[in-house]
Design a protein around this ligand. Structure first.
Ligand code: NI
Length: 168
């Protein structure tokens, strides 16, 4: 936080550019960084690249045994629309704002249209935690940080205090 790139509006990519080795490598590096820091999402401006790409980590139970893994899904040039007017407040953190959490109201259900890493269109409906992650990451592409979306700073807390006082 404090680097101007985090407050800039990132530029869209055309389909040809998405397939270039430079962008493919950026996507691979972002996935690696997200996993290294145990994040559930990462946007390109967070690694100082001002382009409209983010990775969202979606929880999946591939073999149905109740054990989930985080699957990293790249979104390029995303467009987000809310489905319904319902908003819910829940905890968020951000790799660019280390060690701090706060409660942020977000739309409960959204539709997201974007391109995947092969420049093919994707169109998804998401709700709850996945919808929250996508709204948080999409904000990064417009220079918006989760603080900006908080309606009160009363819940703002350091991780240590979060563990002590706020975790159920
Ligand atoms: Ni973030």
């Amino acid at each position: 936080m404090g680097h101007p790139v985090l407050r800039a509006r990132a530029r869209p990519l055309d389909r040809g550019e998405i397939r270039t080795p430079a962008i493919q490598k950026l996507i691979d590096d972002m996935i690696e960084t997200m996993e290294e820091y145990h994040g559930v999402g990462l946007a390109a401006p967070q690694v100082h690249e001002s382009v409209r790409i983010f990775i969202a980590g979606f929880e999946e139970d591939a073999d149905g045994d109740g054990e989930t893994t985080i699957v990293p899904v790249p979104f390029i040039n995303p467009e987000i629309a809310s489905l319904g007017s319902e908003k819910v407040a829940d905890w968020e953190g951000c790799l660019s704002i280390p060690d701090i959490r706060g409660q942020v109201p977000r739309h409960r259900r959204i539709r997201v249209r974007a391109l995947d890493r092969d420049a093919r269109p994707v169109d998804l409906q998401l709700e709850d935690f996945s919808a929250r992650v996508v709204q948080h990451e999409n904000d990064h592409l417009d220079g918006v940080l989760f603080f900006d979306r908080m309606t009160s700073f009363e819940s703002l807390t350091f991780m240590e205090e979060f563990s002590k006082y706020w975790r159920d």
